[in-house]
Every structure is written in C-alpha cells, then in structure tokens.
Design a protein around this ligand. Structure first.
Ligand code: FE2
Length: 391
C-alpha cells in the first residue's frame, strides 16, 4: 500500500519508520517462538536487537531520542525478514509447539503470541499509513455511505453484574492482561444508543471544542481525511478522537465516558443476568454484526449494523472504531506477566493509558473477544477510536 520511496518515511513521529516494521514482525516471531520458545540458535543478533521492539514515547522530546538514520537498506531488511520467516514457518510446521514443561510453550502460548502480534500490527500499520501523504501510497478505491440520522437516544441499563477478564481455560489463547476473572456490580446507568458522530462533534466545534485530527477545513466546510481520499465530512460516521477530547465532549454535554465495567454491562449484559460472548449473542463475528476485519478501511454510518445491537439495544459497540473508556489500563486481580512476552502489558500500567474495547474497521476478527483489551495514551490522536456518553 505504500510507495517504495516511503520505506524510510515516519508519518507518525512517535513511531518508527516503515523500515522498522518490515523487520520487526518477522524478528519478533523468530525471537518469541524459535529463539526463546524452542531454544534455537540466533540468525543475526544485531538485527534481532534492532527490530525487536517498537516505541511508545510519551512526547516528541522522548521520540527524538529514538530517532536514528542508520536503518539498513530495503533488500537487507527483506533478506533478514525472509530468513526469520523461513525458520518460523518450519517451526510452525514441525516443532513441538505445545509443551506443559516449558512456560513459553504451555498451551502453545508462543505460537499464538506471534500470530496475534502480527494481526495487531496489521491494524497499527493502517493508522500509520493513514498519516502518510496520499501521493506516497497506492489507493484502494471503495464507495463511502452517509445519511441523515435521527438524534441519538439514551438506553437504560439496569444495575447488574459485569464480568471482566477470563479464566485461563476459557480461551484458547489470551494476552496476560485478559486473565483474572472479576465480577463487578455496576449501578444502573444510561448509555447512548450510538457513538458520538461527526455531526454531533461539529456542534461542539462550533462552540469552541477541539477539531479531530482527521478533519480538514476547506472552502468554508469540513472534510474528512479517509485512508485514501478526503471527502465532505460524513455526519453519520463516528468521530475519531483522543480520550482527552472525548472527556471534554462528554463534560460539555453534562455526561461522562463509560467505565470498562459499564462498557461490558452495555455490550454483554442481558435482562436474564446471563452475559453474552458478543453484544449480539453467541454467534461468531460476521459482516452483518459490525464494521471490522478489513471489510473497509474507513468507518460507516453508526446505524449500519442493527444485527450487532446488544440486549439493551445499544448499537455499534464492536467495530467501526474502538470505544474509549474512562478506565486507566491496569492489571486484573491475579495478573501474571506472560512467559512469551513479559513486557506486553506491564510497561503500560502507568495510569496514563486508557482501556479501549470493541474493534475498528481494520481489527482482524481473531482479536474480537469479550476479554480483549486495547489501550493507548489519553492524548494519542492517531488510533481509530470513538466513544459514547453515559449518564
Ligand atoms: Fe510489535
């Protein structure tokens, strides 16, 4: 999707250039499965160090310290990546991936870790590519839908239990921050049927509110920077904003963001006190339930998927953009860092990252499960993240 000339571009200064990612995904897979999981010998220790981990600096000053101009040329990175891929493929085909006696291989943890790690990077690469100039990428054309919505109504969710997290045996695989099952008693609350749309947000802007990062002002009107083109602002799409911006909007409306437990209650709770695996029930995520799994590169109207509504009639909870919560990212009771990637969560338990739930248009369906948690800095503007208000 990107031009050859964009290989060293760094469209988000808080992230490495594309060159890093081309080496990172295979290097991470090799290190996690082959080197550390199976005890195989190294391929290239210097490159393995260079490509092992991405960055998440808190600001541009910190980002500057990660800056480097000595990335290897593309053919060298590709050769290293191919060598990693070859070893990883061989291991997936013939190694003993599951071994109860080796912590990294318990329940084939290392193999699942590399598969889901790569899927997550499909999404993070999309929002980095989003910031690249249009003439540096190759467009994939798709029609965009928009229409006039009625004003969003609030739904009542009665007091009840929200179960966060999972027991180890409930999931084939989960990341460490998903484990530790906890039942939280959630008082009754009201929640918006739909996430806040661009039309809703435009009223906030007219009253002095901040402008979302993907909006552009042109010829006296607002346009939206989509992945491959700018279009007149679609009023029925969710507004993608930061956690801080979302809080400001909610306060302006006299409301607030949902907690992680309230999101669970609104999405998975039901009048029978039974909790569902997905908002719509037990059926595996499919196209009619929401805008996810690369069905599109951009959002859709927030009412496009009535089949995805929760038991309370709350729509668009999974797909069309992650949903911000007001809950700082923190471990669930009994948390233990995972053997195959011990820094995965622990580096981010700092009170400055907030939990997001659901999925975006480019979240692979394998990552859609009730216990999955995503998190970002409260002021990080590049994620595909929407929100809704509660009262
Ligand atoms: Fe990574």
């Amino acid at each position: 999707m990107i031009d050859d000339g964009a290989f060293y571009d760094r469209p988000i200064p808080l992230r490495h250039p594309f060159a890093f990612y081309e080496g990172h995904i295979p290097a991470f897979s090799f290190l996690t499965l082959n080197a550390r999981g199976l005890g195989e010998p190294s391929i290239d220790p210097a490159f393995e160090r260079l490509f092992e981990r991405g960055i998440d600096p808190g600001n541009l000053d910190e980002a500057r310290r990660h800056g480097r101009t000595d990335w290897p040329d593309r053919a060298t990175v590709a050769a290293f990546a191919a060598a990693c891929d070859e070893r990883v493929t061989r291991a997936l085909e013939s190694a003993k991936l599951e071994d109860p006696a080796v912590p990294r291989l318990v329940r084939a943890q290392a193999a699942y870790t590399i598969l889901e790690h790569e899927l997550m990077h499909h999404e993070t690469l999309m929002y980095i590519v989003h910031q690249l100039a249009y003439d540096r990428k190759r467009p994939i054309a798709a029609p965009h839908a928009d229409h006039t919505l009625a004003e969003t109504e609030m739904r009542s969710v009665p007091a009840g239990t929200a179960t966060l997290g999972a027991e180890i045996d409930e999931l084939e695989f989960g990341w460490d921050n998903e484990f530790g099952r906890i039942a939280i008693e959630v008082p009754a609350f009201e929640i918006a049927t739909y996430p806040v749309t661009n039309r809703d947000w435009n009223r906030f802007v007219a009253d002095g509110g901040p402008v979302p990062i993907l909006w552009r002002e042109r010829d006296g009107g607002w346009f939206l920077r989509c992945q491959f083109e700018e279009i007149p602002l679609p009023g029925s799409w969710p507004a993608y904003v930061t956690n801080e911006q979302a809080r400001a909007y909610a306060a302006w409306r006299g409301m607030r963001l949902p907690t992680e437990a309230e999101y669970h209650r609104a999405a998975f709770g039901s009048p029978s006190s039974e909790e569902r695996p997905f908002p719509w029930g037990a059926q595996a995520p499919a196209a009619e339930h929401g805008n996810f799994d690369f069905a599109r590169f951009d959002p859709e109207p927030v009412d496009a998927h009535p089949a995805g509504k929760s038991a309370w009639g709350v729509a668009d909870l999974v797909g069309n953009g992650w949903e911000w919560t007001s809950t700082p990212f923190a471990p669930l009771p009994g948390f233990e860092p995972m053997a195959s990637y011990p820094q995965y969560s622990t580096d981010f338990f700092d009170g400055k990252h907030y939990v997001m739930k659901g999925a975006s248009p480019v979240t692979p369906r394998e990552l859609i499960r009730r216990s999955f948690r995503n998190w970002f800095y409260g002021n990080y503007p590049y994620m595909y993240a929407k929100f809704r208000c509660v009262a």
